[in-house]
Design a protein around this ligand. Structure first.
Ligand SMILES: NC(=O)C1=CN([C@@H]2O[C@H](COP(=O)(O)OP(=O)(O)OC[C@H]3O[C@@H](n4cnc5c(N)ncnc54)[C@H](O)[C@@H]3O)[C@@H](O)[C@H]2O)C=CC1
Ligand SMILES: O=C([O-])C1=[NH+]CCC1
Length: 310
């Protein structure tokens, strides 16, 4: 047996590109909703003492015959000590034998595949001619979401809102090289009420986006609040919008925005069903894509990386 490869962050950054990743993600979302992916809802171990958790995310793609498993830890308080809030590793295995082929540092994969998934959702759910993008948050996902969305659609204006203004302004400075009009806005309400597309990528556990702020036809990619008691959107926001998810099963187990919503919020469909034409969308309505993150997105990304390094 040949040596197990160790694939580092810098290699992943070099080889993984949105032009290949976005179509690969689109394909795997459809396969997932067609039942061609074996993927349990991730299992999670709470580390209460340190207010963190660790999740294990395996998936097998029956069509591609590819298998991988990601381990991700989320320690929100790390941020205050200058440490990364998420730590991730992927084990990439040979599906035929179950043998380990590579371990991959998965920070870049996690950032890019999550943003690529939101970009696909935006392509299918956002209003035609969306002009203004608002991003809530200024961390790793905020940055990758700008690049992925900008790859598919050129927005006339990008507005960043972040709890810590300095970090928000730094992000504006970086992305201003790629977009004519980028600005930091210290009011979440003002940022939201101008936007045709909103991305929420924060570690907040209580709502930061309110229904009363929303413009007609807005599309929201809600990417944070991945625990059953955490929220990013208030009930009014949830109830005004048609709701799409990555996985129904995952969303009903993990999404506080859905589980805690009053009155109970029904899911219109999985994004894979939308792409597959099995679920019709009215783009004039307000829409939410609630993203919890799926192992199959990691499998598809790891497979692209593996093909490049071999
Ligand atoms: N759906 C998915 O597939 C994935 C979702 N995520 C989630 O996306 C979110 C962002 O992740 P990263 O950018 O990697 O984290 P990060 O740690 O790099 O950035 C976190 C951001 O949240 C902000 N923030 C923290 N606490 C806040 C609060 N109470 N109110 C408002 N803002 C607050 C910070 O200022 C920062 O801008 C997290 O909730 C994370 O768990 C991450 C990976 C995959
Ligand atoms: O899918 C993923 O990797 C994650 N979702 C929420 C935190 C990390």
């Amino acid at each position: 047996m040949s040596d197990i490869k160790i694939i580092t962050t810098s290699t992943v950054r070099k080889v993984l590109k949105y032009e290949e990743l976005i179509p690969a993600i689109e394909r795997c979302l459809v396969s997932f909703s067609r039942g061609k992916i074996q993927q349990p809802v991730r299992s999670t171990v709470e580390v209460e003492k340190h207010e963190g958790f660790i999740a294990i995310m395996p998936a097998y793609d029956k069509e591609e015959d590819t298998f991988a498993m990601k381990v991700v830890s989320l320690y929100p308080n790390n941020g205050e000590n200058g440490l990364p809030t998420h730590a991730t590793t992927i084990l990439y295995m040979q599906a035929r034998t179950g043998l380990l082929l590579a371990t991959m540092e998965a920070e870049v994969i996690t950032d890019m595949r999550t943003a690529a998934t939101s970009a696909v959702a935006t392509k299918y759910l956002a209003p035609d001619n969306a002009k203004v993008l608002a991003i809530f948050g200024a961390g790793a996902q905020a940055k990758s979401h700008f690049y992925a969305l900008n790859h598919l659609h050129k927005f006339e204006e990008v507005i960043i809102w972040n709890r810590t203004a300095n970090n928000g302004k730094k992000l504006c400075e970086e992305i201003s090289k790629h977009c004519k009009s980028v600005r930091f806005c210290s009011s979440a309400e003002k940022a939201a009420s101008k936007a045709d597309v909103i991305v929420t990528v924060t570690l907040s556990t209580t709502p930061i986006l309110y229904g009363r702020w929303l413009k007609d036809g807005v599309h929201i990619n809600s990417v944070g609040a991945c625990r059953p008691t955490w929220r990013e959107m208030d009930d009014e926001c949830m109830n005004q919008c048609d709701l799409y998810v990555d996985s129904r099963e995952g969303a009903l187990k993990e999404s506080g925005d859905i589980i805690m919503c009053q009155p109970k919020k029904l899911i219109n469909g999985e994004i894979g069903e939308v792409i597959d034409g099995k679920c019709k969308v009215d783009r004039n309505k307000k829409t939410i894509f609630k993203s919890l993150g799926m192992a199959i997105e990691d499998v598809a990304s790891a497979h692209l990386v593996w093909k490049k390094v071999n």
